[in-house]
Structures are given as C-alpha cells and as structure tokens.
Design a protein around this ligand. Sequence first.
Ligand code: ADP
Ligand code: ASP
Ligand code: MG
Length: 439
Amino acid sequence: MKVMKFGGTSVGKPERMHQVAQLITKDSEPKIVVLSALSGTTNTLVSIGEALLKGDKDAANAIIEKLDIHYQQFINELLNDEVYRQKARNIISEHFEFLNIITRISFNEALNKDILAQGELMSTKLFSVSLEEKGIKHLLLPALDFMSIDANDEPQVNAIRARLMPILRAHEDTKLFITQGYICRNARGEVDNLKRGGSDYTASLIAAAANCSVCEIWTDIDGMHNNDPRVVNKTMPIEQLSFEEAAELAYFGAKILHPTCIWPAQQEKVPVKLLNTMQPEAAGTTIMQEAGSVGVKAIAAKDGIIAIKIKSSRMLLAYGFLRKIFEVFEKYRTPIDMITTSEVAVSVTIDNASFLKEIVKELEPFGTVEVDLDQTIVSIVGNDIAQTQDILSKLFESLKPVPVRMVSYGGSKHNVSLLIPSVYKQQTLQLLNTGLFGL
Ligand code: ADP
Ligand code: ASP
Ligand code: MG
C-alpha cells in the first residue's frame, strides 16, 4: 500500500485532474490517494469566514457566488457525459447550499472550520465522479471517519490507525482509495483541520498509520530545492534528505512541506518522496533515514518572527533564571524557536504574537524587555554541517552587508540559523545562494 498526495495546483485544473488519474493507475500497488482542495479554494473559504466575522454578509455571498461559478465551469470542462456532469452538479450544489445557509446563521469558530472543510470535500467528490466516468474502480474514504486531533490539537498515529485499519480491512478487495487531506475531527468530535498546507500532514499520518511502503507528495515542483524558488533566481532540486534535514527545512519555512508533516513518516520509517505532477519523470527528492551526503543542502526562511530580549544584570550567575523565563512562554503556550544567551541578556524568538502583550508584561519584572517585530529566521540545513569546512567563515563573508540579529549554531548537527530583519530576506537568501552554492 502506498500514499499519493496531490496538492492544490495538481488538482486545480480539469486537465491536471486527468493527469492525476493517469498517475494513480500506472502501477498495480494498492493506493490511498490524498487530495487537497482545488488551488485557490481554501484561500477563498478563508475570505468567506473573514467577511462573516466582520458581519459583512453581502461580501460573503458575493464570494460564494463567484466560487460557485468557478466550480460550474470546472465541472463542464472535467466531465464529458451530461449524466456525470449532472451528478457532479448535484453534489457540488449541496456544498454551496451549506455555505449559503451558514451566511444566514450566527457565525462562530466551529462554523468557520466547517466552511474551511468544503474545499477538500468538493475536490475529492469531483475527482471521484471523474474516475467513475473513466470506469476506474475506487472508494471514497471520508477523512472525517478516521483523521483526528487530540485535546491539544495534535494528531496521534495510534488513534488514527485504530480507526483507519478496520475500514481498510473491511474493503480488502479495494485497490484504490480516495480521501481528503487537511480535514479532521477534534477531541470534541467537531470538524477541524491540520492547519494551512495540512494535506501533507494527512498523507504522512496515513502512511505511518497504515505502514505504507512510501508516502509520495506530488506538487508543482521537482522536489525540495536548495533555496526558496519564489525568492531567488537560480535553485536546484536535492536528490536525498534525511528525515531530520527535511523536518528542519519544513519547520523553518520551505513551503513545499507542511511544517510538522515529517514526524509521522519518520516515526514509522516510511520514506517520503517529493514529486512533480507536471513532470512525473523527474527524480524529485527522497526523504529517508539516511542523509545521503555530508554538507550544506538547503536554505529556508520563516517570516513573521518576533525577537524578545530580556536584559538583566541580576542574571549574572543566577541559576533558575532561564527556567523562570521559559515558564512565562509555557504559560501562554507559545513555542520558542531560537535562543541565544550572554551573561547579561537572553534573546528568544517566537512566531505567535497572540499573547505577546501578556508575555512582555510577565517578563518585565526580570529585567528590561525589548521587542523587535518583522524578523525572519534563515536556516541553513544539511548533514553534519559543523564538519563542513569554513561553513561559518563562508556564511559571514557572504553576509557582510546584512545586520544579523541572532545566530544559533550547534543546537543540532543539521542547522545553523540566523535572525535578520525581514526587509533583508531576499538579499540574504540571494547572497547565501551564491556564497554557499555558487549559484
Ligand atoms: P501544494 O499545493 O502541492 O501543496 P505548495 O504550494 O504548498 O504546493 O508547495 C509547493 C511550492 O513550494 C512550490 O511551488 C515552491 O514555490 C514552494 N517552495 C518554497 N520553498 C521551496 C523549496 N525549498 N523547494 C521547493 N519548493 C519550495
Ligand atoms: N487546502 C488546504 C490549504 O490550502 C490544505 C492543503 O492544501 O494542504 O491550506
Ligand atoms: Mg502545500
């Protein structure tokens, strides 16, 4: 059994959906196919929720109407036979009826999650009708029957496995399952999701739960590149990454993978392959236990970072000081990404500003607190990079014009991280591309 996940751009056009149908029927290995929403749909659903939160029902209705037209056109292009077109129209109209009802009742966060779930529900159902028209036998597997998060909003492989395996066993003769990425149920049994980009997470969780041979992530690029292709001019695909390297790249901003999607596959040692739907013959990237080679492999950047510095002469030799600082962040469930210390100060970074005011207020008794907004973490990731000759000298040589705010080196063998003001991001990534990769 293998997992094949197709992202928004891979199903965003009718001709791409046909291509996906070809890719999943190429070999006879049983498959669980995970689909995202059609590209742009989740953003649109987010904007419906935002309009309703503001109480602007007219705006919400206008967005829904436009989206409906998009789906009607999509159906006409995807399907040839009027019988299947009508079937698809009937299915899609139920989802738009639901959206229209929601605009008339009082809005809340649980309803918002229901709105966000419509994208993956519609894409999988449309794909299923298309497979039916092509005569391809398959079973639509509702993700809401098995994908879940616990009371801390974390998915647990064992809980997912306990629900998924009996379903798969009940359909032993089925060779092709289609299911939704991103959506799940929370501990209260309500519809919820695995956060933006979460279909990758779904794929990895299913691959781990069902002990699959491989978890293939099909997208619009030929694998993990050495730098962010949206920011720098020349980048190249990486052949092989270890789970640790890939996890660091995903967490520190490589958008091709959801930030935490690697751990389930890593836990069950299921290799992950990043492949290009538009160029299926390209080698892509294989993520597995072994790193493949030593040295710097890639650079990623994560925006929206806040740096907090706590300066205190009393910190000098005071044991327990860091614990007290960390307790404040723990209290507000705000994870720290980077940390650097000196005798008189400690700097940390966070990416969640929800409780910034409260955190600063509680830190103030410990010393002077300084906050810098609009920072970016740039991570240089590789295998045993501490062993790489001249890594630090090359790095600082390349970054002479950039005011580096923090440096984190030695925390793991895979990562050197820098904190820079976000306005320097493009320049920094470009300079490192030349300095470290000669590109
Ligand atoms: P999908 O809709 O298939 O999930 P995403 O848009 O989430 O696709 O991820 C693919 C995109 O990630 C690529 O088009 C690329 O622009 C972006 N990306 C950012 N950093 C990297 C990187 N290091 N390597 C490859 N792609 C990257
Ligand atoms: N459709 C969701 C999103 O756009 C999940 C995903 O595509 O991975 O965030
Ligand atoms: Mg994605």
